[in-house]
Design a protein around this ligand. Structure first.
Ligand code: AMP
Ligand code: MG
Length: 392
């Protein structure tokens, strides 16, 4: 008697319960793109660190005074002037250069008659004009960013401005990917009768890498009890997370669950009220998580997105991604017993199914912007209804 179907939300709760955050490590800022921050970062100094010119021109004292000025020096980017600006004086200045003492404004070069040693301002200058104050971007001591943030290119720049050459990030989860099935051939191999190409090994690795994981092992496994046990044993030694596709149904050639039991992996759930993805299996050995994903290519991807992606986020100290809201563009009938993930494309925020939804139709996944969740039951969803949208 197979186990009853578990709610998707309950299944996800069990996954997150088992996903303890990985230790943090020091990461050079050059390598930190996409990594998840594991520390609180405060600005040690103002950014910009000093008052500087927003334009090329002349640093002057503001007001309605004499507009004919003597040029007493030059302040260039990285090379401040060694003189202050007095009455009747100006300092030639470049964008980003320190505004010298005495000056409180910069008049851009286009508004100045520049004769080398002397200049004439063509207009009066208001205080603060073309001056960027110290700390205008960030004040010393301000909170820059905290744990759980996946670092973007702009974040890296902000951290550099905050004086950092390295930051503490969660260690990348080590992921092992196994694809079971005697029918599977590697990419590019000519197909014989009854054979197909192994797409899951590639898509699952790509998904895991996209979610910040390091793939430490990726292997095809024949439908053979001993081979399955050996491959899973190695994967368990090497990885924080094992993604194993196929072989979790109840057929005579499905060896994954018995092998996992023999290896001491404790089952946390099997079979979810989800379409596609019903036979999904999840378990743990110590801190190592094991996902037995269904072999159908769409099911493997959908169940990865629903269960493995949140786990990888949690291992990296990040919030599991929350679904967005979208509006349906067409009527969708629910499955009576299972929540359905319908592959949809979005047009101006309105979701339309990408065509045939069979769990072997991988092109409909490639066309999709997300998965619309149609709750199980009797109630059809109609155009205009809101739906949860899981991003792909
Ligand atoms: P299984 O979950 O092993 O019963 O496989 C279900 C379906 O998915 C079968 O049609 C398999 O041929 C197919 N399948 C299993 N593994 C893969 C894979 N790695 N790549 C592509 N299709 C697969
Ligand atoms: Mg199989």
């Amino acid at each position: 008697m197979p186990a009853p179907l578990l709610d998707v939300a309950d299944a996800r709760t069990r996954v997150l319960h088992a996903a303890a955050p990985l230790p943090a490590e020091e990461v050079a800022i050059d390598d930190a793109l996409g990594r998840v921050l594991a520390e609180e970062v405060l600005a040690p100094h103002d950014v910009p660190p000093f008052r500087n010119a927003a334009m090329d021109g002349f640093a002057v004292r503001s007001g309605k005074g004499d507009r004919d000025l003597v040029v007493v020096g030059e302040s260039r980017a990285g090379r401040p002037a060694d003189v202050p600006v007095g009455y009747g004086e100006a300092v030639r200045i470049s964008t980003g250069a320190l505004v010298p003492d005495g000056a409180d404004a910069v008049l851009q070069i286009e508004r100045v008659d520049d004769r080398g040693e002397r200049v004439t301002l063509l207009e009066d200058v208001a205080p603060g004009r073309n001056v960027r104050e110290a700390g205008e971007d960030v004040r010393a001591g301000a909170h820059l960013m905290g744990p759980g943030r996946r670092l973007t290119p702009a974040d890296l720049g902000v951290l550099v401005n905050g004086g950092r050459a390295a930051v503490r990030c969660a260690r990348r989860p080590r992921v092992a990917v196994l694809a079971t099935g005697d029918e599977l051939l590697p990419p590019g191999a000519p197909l014989g009768p009854g054979q197909i190409h192994d797409s899951n090994l590639v898509t699952l690795q790509a998904l895991a890498r996209g979610d910040g994981a390091e793939v430490v092992l990726a292997r095809h496994v024949p439908d053979h009890a001993g081979a399955t046990r050996r491959a899973l044993g190695e994967a368990l030694e090497a990885a924080d997370v094992v993604l194993c596709s196929g072989g979790v149904s109840v057929g005579p050639h499905d060896h994954v669950k018995p092998a996992l039991a023999e290896l001491g992996v404790e089952e946390r759930f099997w079979r979810v009220a989800l379409r596609p993805g019903k036979p999904t299996w999840f378990g743990a050995r110590g801190r190592t998580l094991v996902f037995g994903l269904p072999g159908n290519p769409v099911s493997a991807m959908v169940t990865y997105l629903l269960f493995a992606r949140p786990a990888l986020a949690a291992l990296q100290w990040a919030e599991p991604p929350a679904p967005r809201r979208a509006v349906l563009g067409e009527r969708l009938l629910p499955h009576p017993e299972r929540d359905e993930c319908v592959r949809v494309r979005l047009e101006d925020g309105v979701a339309y199914a990408t065509g045939p939804q069979g769990s072997h139709v991988l092109t409909s996944m490639a066309l999709a912007d997300g998965l619309a969740v149609v709750p199980r039951g009797k109630l059809a969803l109609v155009a205009g209804d809101p739906v949860d949208l899981i991003e792909i």
